[in-house]
Design a protein around this ligand. Structure first.
Ligand SMILES: [Mn+2]
Length: 393
């Protein structure tokens, strides 16, 4: 008998689907949140048959269970952990641990892709085109490589995963992967997925208007409440508000936080670790601990949302030698322009002293962080210039 403890997201359930394809009725699977893994491991160690072989994928045990797994393994064997999270790398030192973040060709791995390789190399499963295609879609979604590759199919697979129950998804995929020669969606799913993508877009639009900005420790964070589409929300808000180091997504009902960044200079697995969580450099999670509640909820709840830059301007554009006009909630005007090779800022028509910048990007970063300002629409820009000309006459 085999037992699989895995994550309850697409990558974790991908492992479950592979386990069922390999072992059929001989495997029992439990899909877990990060928090529920602890008691599932304890239940296995205390109560399961010593003959049962345990797989743990896409999740890592806490320190106490790490010790208990090691002593169980030295007595009975029968444990294999497979993961790709950076915060789980220390588990690779155990005989029962296999943790790889990047493969030998430099591609980011996923739990599903690592588990697939393992099952095939152990002759538990025969590689097929359809399964390989499915595994690659899961990997691209989980590592967010789909966006760079514009692989909409990978994104759609995750959307479908959240449209149906885990049981239904599992059953449909197993049936499809064992009968079809290529992986694809059926016509009904395609129609449904189109509607779902539109819905996600509208959801993100709303979230863009709800985000608040907060300086937490050394970084600027964007804080938002959302129950769904965390990766999509984190990514789109990260791009819209590029001056923020990372995005915090609070799920109050689930008492969980997701952390996302699009930048390389910040590692959100380290930020999640402050609150007892973990994950990857660009995507991580933790519980809402008392400390996290203070930093992200209590200290930010009174703040006003920040505002998007105007998008359809022809005149008031960024990085313009004529200057770019910004405004904030306090009605400060901030005018950014180049002067003798450097960029300067006028706040309410007065030069901000001792603040010069080598390029537009750094000057804009400064006013967005310090003043929470946004690029105004053309009509306000034109009005501003007319007044300027009149005052000079
Ligand atoms: Mn994963």
């Amino acid at each position: 008998m085999y037992k699989l403890l895995t994550h309850n997201d697409l990558d974790g359930v991908g492992c479950g689907i592979l386990a069922k394809l390999a072992f059929g009725q001989d495997v029992r699977i439990r899909y877990n949140s990060i928090a529920s893994l602890k008691r599932e491991i304890e239940f296995f160690l205390d109560s399961d048959s010593k003959e049962t072989f345990l797989f743990i994928t896409d999740l890592s045990p806490d320190e106490e269970n790490e010790r208990r797994l090691q002593s169980y393994y030295s007595e009975h064997g029968n444990i294999q952990l497979i993961d790709h999270h950076k915060t789980a790398l220390h588990l690779d030192d155990y005989e029962w641990g296999y943790v790889v973040v990047k493969d030998t060709e430099g591609n980011l791995t996923s739990a599903t892709s690592l588990f697939y390789e393992y099952l095939v190399s152990m002759n538990y499963l025969v590689a097929t085109e359809a399964v390989s295609e499915f595994v690659e879609l899961v990997r691209q979604y989980d590592t967010w490589e789909w966006e760079k590759n514009n692989n909409q199919k990978a994104h759609s697979l995750n959307s479908l995963f959240y449209l149906v129950s885990i049981d239904e998804f599992e059953e449909t995929m197993i049936e499809r992967l064992s009968t079809n020669s290529h992986f694809d969606f059926d016509e009904f799913e395609k129609r449904l997925l189109n509607m779902e993508e539109d819905k996600i877009e509208r959801y993100i639009k709303r979230k863009k208007r709800e985000i608040v900005q907060a300086k937490v420790r050394d970084y600027y964070a964007g804080v938002i409440y959302a129950e769904s589409y965390h990766s999509e929300v984190g990514n789109e808000l990260g791009k819209e508000y590029g001056h923020l180091d990372y995005i915090v997504i609070l799920n109050m009902g689930g008492k969980k936080i997701s952390y996302r960044t699009i930048h390389d200079h910040v590692d959100v697995s380290e930020i999640a670790a402050i609150y007892g969580g973990g994950g990857h450099q660009k995507a991580s999670g933790s519980s809402i601990t008392d400390e996290a509640y203070k930093d992200y909820v209590l200290d930010t709840f009174h703040l006003e949302p920040i505002q998007e830059d105007a998008k359809r301007n022809r005149y008031n554009v960024k990085n313009s030698t004529f200057g770019s006009l910004y405004r904030n909630k306090r009605n400060d005007t901030l005018f950014l322009y180049p002067k003798n090779e450097i960029w300067v800022i006028e706040q309410n028509k007065k030069l901000v002293e001792n603040q010069t910048f080598p390029n537009f990007e750094q000057a804009e970063m400064f006013i967005k962080r310090k003043f929470e300002a946004w690029l105004v629409k053309d009509d306000l820009f034109v009005e501003y210039l007319i007044k300027e000309v009149k005052s000079k006459k």
